[in-house]
Design a protein around this ligand. Structure first.
Ligand code: FEO
Length: 175
């Protein structure tokens, strides 16, 4: 059985994941307004992934017989100075999410809650990629600079496709 602390922390994390989706959707809107449709498409997929992350934890809470109590999602920042700033903010956001997952893991370890630890293992690995992606894009933007070369990167980012995270794909697979 989940402790009250872990249950609350997981519920809060569902809110944070859905909040991440909301933030990335807002970033997609700003990027699209700058005619960077590839960047925007990448961010839309990121937003989609975050909903999937939230659903993995939501399902986990329900599977453990706990009730997810969702919190309020803050209004995301709508205006950015540049695509570089968007990805710098995305990276800072992901670093905060990593910290948040680590804090829940700490609580689950203290509780000897092995099932939650196993579920969080996936998130801990996922956060490596979640930080690596914006880090790589930031490096490329810095390398290419503003202007024409940015459109090459726009083309590359536009190729991203949505891949259902395995824990959610397994939960939604047809019997
Ligand atoms: Fe779900 Fe981007 O962390």
């Amino acid at each position: 059985m989940l402790s009250k602390t872990v249950c609350q922390a997981l519920s809060d994390q569902v809110t944070k994941e859905i909040g991440s989706s909301y933030l990335y959707l807002q970033m997609a809107a700003w990027l699209e307004a700058q005619a960077l449709k590839g960047f925007a498409a990448w961010m839309r997929i990121q937003a989609q992934e975050e909903v999937a992350h939230g659903m993995i934890l939501f399902n986990f809470l329900l599977d453990r017989g706990a009730m997810a109590e969702l919190g309020a999602i803050p209004k995301p920042e709508a205006v950015y100075a540049s695509p570089l700033q968007v990805f710098e903010r995305a990276l800072a956001h992901e670093q905060g999410i990593t910290e948040s997952i680590n804090t829940i893991m700490d609580a689950a370890i203290k509780d000897r809650d092995f099932a939650t630890q196993r579920r969080l293992d996936w998130f801990i690995s996922e956060q490596v990629e979640e930080e690596a992606n914006p880090t790589e894009i930031i490096a490329k933007i810095k390398l290419l600079g503003d202007g024409q070369s940015l459109f090459l990167l726009d083309k590359e980012l536009g190729l991203r496709t949505f891949v259902m995270p395995p824990p959610l794909a397994a939960a939604t697979a047809a019997p």
